[in-house]
Design a protein around this ligand. Structure first.
Ligand code: SF4
Length: 135
């Protein structure tokens, strides 16, 4: 059976780069790769909720982080092990210097939305590779 790809964004609730992670996870799951992806709540993973941990171990996992603290990545490593891929939303701006996101979190500013779209496409590409690798 083809595995699902779980996308786990960090919970950077007060930071625009964390919000970009969450929005990108929704964009990939709802629009770019529906049907083969799912999202899961980071605090439930940290708590070690058995059903969640078992499900993630049976499938593929991508972590998304909004800064080099890498909360999603390290939390997943601690509970489940190395994810199949990890992404950092700030990397989009390192490659697109003209797209420094506005600090507004809700709603996201225009640059932040563009960063989120680029980020979501990068993640969707990786989802495609992980799903294809399972066929
Ligand atoms: S990775 Fe950075 S933005 Fe995300 S939850 Fe951790 S400290 Fe916040």
């Amino acid at each position: 059976m083809t595995k699902k790809v779980y996308i786990i964004p960090c919970s950077g609730i007060g930071k625009v780069y964390g919000s970009i992670c969450r929005q990108a996870a929704y964009r990939v799951g709802n629009d770019l790769k529906p049907g083969v992806t799912a999202i899961e709540c980071l605090p439930l993973i940290v708590k070690g909720k058995k059903e969640v941990v078992d499900e993630l171990k049976k499938n593929k996992v991508i972590t998304l982080d909004g800064c080099t603290a890498l909360c999603a990545y390290y939390d997943v490593v601690n509970v489940i092990g190395e994810p199949d891929a990890q992404f950092l939303s700030t990397s989009v701006v390192q490659k697109n210097r003209d797209l420094k996101p506005e600090p507004t979190i809700y709603p996201l500013g225009e640059n932040a939305k563009e960063v989120m779209e680029i980020f979501a496409k990068e993640i969707a590409e990786k989802v495609g590779e992980l799903v294809d690798g399972e066929k």
